[in-house]
Design a protein around this ligand. Structure first.
Ligand SMILES: [Zn+2]
Length: 84
């Protein structure tokens, strides 16, 4: 596999740097060159997964889980097996 390099200076190691970007509500992490700081990628910052988990939990509550989940499992219990 080819070695990843900074397009600006050719360096081969990178680092993350948190950045607040004008006009954006949430901070981002820049993936940047470890030598010159040239930005090579932008990643959603830190708490995104935690926020998604919190949203999922709220959706479960709004959907009526865990009661809904248990009724679903009751509804999907297999019926009598067909015999040939
Ligand atoms: Zn560089």
């Amino acid at each position: 596999m080819a070695e990843s390099t900074c397009v600006k200076c050719g360096h081969t190691s990178f680092e993350m740097a948190e950045a607040a970007i004008s006009g954006l509500r949430f901070k981002r992490d820049f993936l940047q060159c470890g030598r010159c700081g040239g930005v090579v990628g932008v990643i959603e910052s830190d708490n995104l997964n935690a926020r998604l988990d919190a949203i999922e939990e709220r959706l479960k509550v709004l959907a009526g889980a865990p009661d809904a989940r248990s009724s679903v499992s009751r509804n999907f219990t297999p019926g009598p097996k067909h015999t040939a």
